[in-house]
Design a protein around this ligand. Structure first.
Ligand SMILES: Cc1cc2nc3c(=O)[nH]c(=O)nc-3n(C[C@H](O)[C@H](O)[C@H](O)COP(=O)(O)O)c2cc1C
Length: 735
């Protein structure tokens, strides 16, 4: 119990815990199963960090905004929460008065303990009210609720879509929760067709309740909750929204949408808005936190409908973050109930005041004076922060075990089956049809006449051409120790392959699927890429005993753009440890290590097939500023507008002097993780002398948006097929 007046929302919660009957406290506070989502809803806000601006005039911070065309004093609204009279005798009436006094919106639950008409009457028309609807098997029951709400003056209908069945709330099950006998689910008093006994089957059981042998009577209001749950229409789908549209002119808001896919369907169905909500973690446990689902929903909505959010809001900074990420307003559930338990109307008012004051303070300290100025530029996610400061990031469990098994099996199959006929590294060089290639024959003839050196150049260029052609093909490259001086394989083919690439992202359906995984698209978008081209997709095998060391390098050298914009996606398909040659990073090296060389193909006539490293052309050293506003979104470091990506020529190369020799941190990664690698990060990996292989799939993206002023040079080694463009992951330029 807190002594003194509450100073934050947590204080109200502590008070409620200390004063409410246990059964009521448990009902309000608890969530589904082991409450992972209840907790994550709150904790997820702290994973978003605020990027404050200073020296902004914040002498007049305003939180007013609009909802359904009406002015409200704050974007903090009241969520639908059932049975409020358990918290205070005035229940929903007190909440309604507080919301009206504060000038914010209120949503009333279907399962309120005060009826639709009385709650709105208490607000005297001062604020926009919404009614939350469950759709029952008996559509007439729902229809009569909708008509009553509209007639009473409610502006919006919040259709709860995350509750086809009730989630399991263990505390309620243990307590055998029931509505106290003196209270009623007031909206059903006037529904004569809905009686408990009318819903029972012939044996006196509730259908769909696992034959729960309950024999409620019509006079037992406490049973109504269970009864109604059993009668929710589990077949409800997007098509049914047409029916709602027909019967009401109220705004239709879907409450409980968490994905881009459902947002698209909601827009197509013609709804007016969406509440990103997981029912306060009371339905499906393990669902992601609402603040983490918000960006994808906002992106999918594309401003066509309003997006709101509820779940876990306990501080002004939580509201600030949700609004920055695109929520038009937020709703509070439990904090309102705890305010009610504290002091009825006064308590709810205090909760609203406190939270809104905290929001104002957050806005002032972040340098924002009005709600419409809030935006994503004020936030950064901790994973992005880590990536931008380290230059790499390991995201564990990116793939499921089953996916890892499938991709690994396919990678091994490729190693076994990739065509090595005519491989220039092997003695007998055959062309793709299995014929000895004319080129090679020529080079062998030359061997006698022109001498060894010339042959090597010629043979080198054959390998070079084979390598260059791999940009648009699936080709094999051998481990050094797999081929002897006589150019013969000394181990089995599948064990000889060092890597297979470099066009798996569109030539191999399995790895194409992995490359275009929605989560990859989301990551690229969140890092600001507008039109990421895909390059250098490959399987790296690091075979047992002979797996070669990868020298110290920066990926931007191989997938250079001007200015550099490369990002590597590296997905281990087997556990990587020191033993089998895990990645090693010079953490933070991307910040101060310029890219000073590029790996190119010679474009000179007569030099076909020649690849080389060249120093970066000083002409490219010009300082890139944003050409227009759009570059802001394409800069991979939003704080520095691409400054980390400026190519600086002929400056210090990777520093290997003893005083500032980079320290390479060995990065152990589990199979199925995703490692993001900034193109400028200096990294390496040691040889694999162990008896385990180290298969990984990797590819790169670079920015190719016309709005980004990033250029992909025509002499980069990796080029598209003649007449084609590089494949892209997605293209925001088209929007
Ligand atoms: C005790 C309680 C009862 C609720 N009753 C309903 C309800 O009847 N209908 C509904 O759509 N959501 C209901 N919700 C979910 C809220 O509308 C809202 O999604 C959730 O409370 C937001 O999370 P928060 O409590 O962390 O603010 C309820 C939530 C709680 C805590």
């Amino acid at each position: 119990m807190v002594s003194g007046a509450p100073v934050c929302l947590d204080d109200f919660e502590k008070h409620a815990q200390a004063t409410l009957p246990k059964m009521v406290w448990d009902y309000y506070k608890s969530g589904a199963m082991d409450e992972q989502t209840v907790n994550d809803n709150k904790q997820a806000y702290s994973r978003w960090r605020i990027r404050p601006r200073v020296l902004v005039d914040v002498s007049n911070v305003r939180t007013e905004t609009k909802l359904f065309g009406d002015r409200i004093s704050t974007p903090i609204c009241i969520a639908a929460a059932a049975m409020q009279r358990m918290a205070h005798p005035d229940g929903e009436l007190a909440t309604s008065r507080a919301a009206a006094k504060f000038g914010t919106a209120m949503c009333l639950s279907t399962y309120s303990t005060t009826c639709i008409e009385d709650v709105i009457a208490e607000g005297k028309g001062a604020i926009p009210y919404g009614f939350q609807l469950y759709v029952y098997k008996d559509r007439q029951v729902s229809e009569s609720l909708v008509r009553r709400a509209e007639k009473a003056g409610y502006k919006a209908l919040y259709v709860t879509v995350d509750t086809p069945l009730l989630g399991r709330r263990l505390a309620d099950e243990r307590n055998v929760f029931e509505l106290p006998k003196h209270l009623r689910l007031a909206n059903f008093d006037a529904t004569p067709s809905l009686t408990v006994s009318s819903l029972l089957d012939r044996r006196g059981h509730l259908p769909g309740q696992n034959d729960l042998p309950i024999t409620p009577t019509e006079d037992d209001p406490a049973m109504m909750n269970i009864v109604l749950s059993a009668t929710t229409d589990t077949s409800l789908n997007f098509e049914d929204l047409k029916w709602l549209r027909r019967i009401t002119k109220m705004k239709i808001i879907l409450k409980g949408v968490m994905t881009a896919e459902d947002t698209e369907l909601a827009v197509a169905a013609g709804v007016d808005g969406i509440v990103v909500s997981n029912h306060g973690g009371r339905q499906l446990d393990g669902v992601l936190a609402t603040i983490d689902a918000l960006p994808e929903v906002v992106a999918a909505a594309k401003g066509r409908i309003d997006v709101f959010l509820d779940g876990g809001i306990r501080k002004g900074t939580d509201v600030f973050k949700a609004l920055c990420l695109g929520a038009k307003a937020v709703y509070i559930g439990r904090p309102m109930l705890y305010g009610l338990a504290y002091a009825g109307e006064e308590g709810v008012l205090k909760v609203l005041e406190l939270l809104n004051d905290e929001l104002k303070l957050a806005m002032a300290l972040a340098g924002v004076d009005s709600i419409d100025r809030l935006g994503p530029q004020y936030l950064i996610h901790e994973t992005e922060e880590t990536f931008l400061s380290q230059g790499f990031l390991v995201l564990p469990n990116f793939l499921s075990r089953a996916e890892v098994a499938d991709y690994l099996a396919h990678a091994r199959w490729l190693a076994d089956n990739v065509n090595i006929e005519g491989h220039p590294a092997l003695e007998k060089t055959l062309d793709h049809n299995g014929q000895v290639s004319a080129d090679c024959l020529k080079s062998q003839k030359q061997l006698a006449s022109d001498g060894q050196k010339e042959h090597e150049t010629r043979h080198g260029s054959l390998i070079g051409q084979y390598f260059l052609d791999s940009a648009t093909d699936i080709r094999a490259f051998f481990e050094k120790g797999a081929v002897n001086k006589q150019k013969k394989l000394v181990v089995k083919k599948a064990r000889a392959i060092h890597k297979i690439g470099h066009a798996l992202h569109y030539k191999d359906p399995m790895f194409a699927k992995l490359t275009y995984k929605p989560a990859i698209v989301e990551i690229a978008k969140s890092l600001g890429y507008r039109r990421p081209a895909l390059l250098q997709s490959m399987i790296v095998c690091k075979q047992p005993h002979i797996g070669g060391k990868i020298p110290v390098h920066q990926d931007s050298t191989f997938v250079f753009t001007d200015p550099p914009s490369a990002l590597g996606f590296w997905i281990p398909l087997e556990d990587c440890t020191e033993e089998n040659g895990c990645l090693q990073f010079a953490s933070g090296s991307h910040i101060n290590t310029p890219v000073t060389s590029r790996f190119v193909r010679s474009l000179k006539e007569g030099e076909e097939g020649i690849t080389k490293f060249i120093s970066i052309d000083p002409a490219w050293s010009r300082e890139y500023g944003p050409p227009d506003k759009d570059i802001e979104s394409s800069a991979i470091d939003p704080r520095k507008k691409g400054s980390k990506y400026r190519a600086r020529p002929h400056q210090d190369t990777i520093d290997t002097t003893s005083s500032s020799k980079p320290v390479y941190a060995k990065q152990y990664t589990k199979a199925g993780s995703l490692v993001l690698i900034h193109g400028n990060t200096v990294h390496t990996s040691s040889a694999n002398l162990s008896k385990k292989s180290r298969f990984a799939y990797t590819f790169h993206v670079v920015e190719t948006s016309l709005k980004s002023n990033v250029r992909y040079p025509p002499d980069n080694w990796c080029q598209p097929e003649p007449g084609r463009e590089l494949e892209v992951l997605y293209d925001l330029d088209l929007e």
